[in-house]
Design a protein around this ligand. Sequence first.
Ligand SMILES: Cc1cc2nc3c(=O)[nH]c(=O)nc-3n(C[C@H](O)[C@H](O)[C@H](O)COP(=O)(O)OP(=O)(O)OC[C@H]3O[C@@H](n4cnc5c(N)ncnc54)[C@H](O)[C@@H]3O)c2cc1C
Length: 394
Amino acid sequence: MSKDELTFQAEVRQFIAEHLSPELVRAGKNMTSVFADYDCALQWHKILNAKGWAAPAWPVEYGGTDWTQNQHQIFQRELKLGNAPALMALGIQMLGPILIKYGTEQQKQEYLPRIRSGEDIWCQGYSEPGAGSDLASLATRAERDGDHYVVNGSKIWTSFAHRANKIFCLVRTSTEGRPQAGISFLLADMDTPGISLSEIIGLDGTVEQCQVFFSDARIPVANLLGEENQGWSVAKYLLEFERGGHNYSIDHQKLLAKARAIAGRQYAHNGVCYLDDAAFSDNLAALEIDAMALEFTEQRIKASDAPGSLTSVAKLAGTELSQKISALASDALGAHNAPLQRDALEVDYADEVIGPDNAITTFAEYINMRAATIYGGSAEIQRNIIARAVLGLK
Ligand SMILES: Cc1cc2nc3c(=O)[nH]c(=O)nc-3n(C[C@H](O)[C@H](O)[C@H](O)COP(=O)(O)OP(=O)(O)OC[C@H]3O[C@@H](n4cnc5c(N)ncnc54)[C@H](O)[C@@H]3O)c2cc1C
C-alpha cells in the first residue's frame, strides 16, 4: 500500500473502532449467509450513510465517493475483517448502478437518496416457479391499462421480500419474437394492492426467501426502468453487479482464518491436532493458494472498465472456493456440527454454547454456502457464459 492508502486504511479503522458497537460486531460475526441481523444491518447502514460511506461505489454526484479501486478494496476488507454486519446489497450494489445508467432523472431523484439512506429496502423479482436458469421464459404478465400495468403472476426465491418495501421485477409485456424481446423491468411498492407473499422456511429453520404473488397489481407506467420490452438488457447489466460486486477474496480470508482456528482446537481420529495432520494441512494449504490466486484475479477483474462476462469467472471460482473452505472447517469441527444452536446466533444471546464458541456459525455457514452456486445464476450457467463469452466457444 502507498502512504496515502495507509492513511486511508487508518481512517477507516478509526471510524470502525469508534462506531461499530459490540452488538454490531456480534451481528457481523454471527452471519451465516450474505444477510446479517436485519436491525443491526440497518443501524450500521445509517451510521455509514451519515459519514457518506453507505454507497461508496456510486458516482460522487449521487452520494458516492471518488475512491480508487484500491481504496474500495481496503474499505471492504476493513469492514469485513472488523466484523461489520453486511448491508442489504440489493439496493446499493445492484439496483443503484442500474438506476444511474438506465433511470430517468425523476427516477434517480426519487429512488437513489432513499436507497443510500436505508429508507427503501429492495428485493429482486427475477426467478419464477417455471423460470430460473432459463430466465427468459418468465411468464409474469404485465398488460397496459392507461397509465398502469396490470401485473399477474408469481416470483419465487425472492430474498428478503418479507423485509423489503420495494421490489424490482421482470415482467412479460410482449409474447412476440424472441422471449428476451418481450421483457420489461418494473419498480414497485410491496404494499401495492394485489401484491402478497408467503415466506419460505430454509433448511436451518430461518426465513430468507419468499414467494411473491401478483394478482391484478396496478403498477404505474412511470415505474418502468428503461424502455418497454427492453428489460432483458437492464436485467443482464444488473446481473453483472450481482455476480461481480462481491468481494470473495475477503470472505475467503475470513473463512480460512476460522477453519485454521477450529483445526487448531479439534483432534483428528489419530489424536493429533488437525493442523498437524498431514492430509488436513495439505488441503488447507491448497485452498490458501487458490484463495491467493483468486484474490489477484478478482482485483484484475474489478480494475477492468467493462468486466462484463468476466464477473462470471469471479462468481464461479469465488463461490466454489467458499464451499470448499467451509467444508474443510466443518470437517475439522466433527461432532460439534450436530447441535442446532439457532438461538446462539441471536445478537442478544447470553447463555453458553455447545462446542467451541468460534464455531457456532460453521455448520449453518456450510449449509448456506450450498446456495451460493445456485443464486445469481448457477455454477453450470456461469460455465456456459464463460465458455461462450470469455473463451469464445460455440
Ligand atoms: C438462497 C437463494 C436466494 C435466491 N434469491 C433470489 C432473489 O432474491 N431473486 C430472484 O429472482 N431469484 C433468487 N434466487 C433464485 C435463483 O436465481 C435460481 O434458483 C437460479 O437461477 C436457478 O434456477 P432454478 O432454481 O429454477 O433451477 P433450474 O434452472 O431449474 O436448474 C436446475 C439445475 O439444472 C442446471 N441447469 C439449468 N439449465 C442449464 C443449462 N442450460 N446448462 C447446464 N445446466 C443447466 C442448473 O445449473 C441446476 O443445477 C435465489 C436462489 C437461492 C437458492
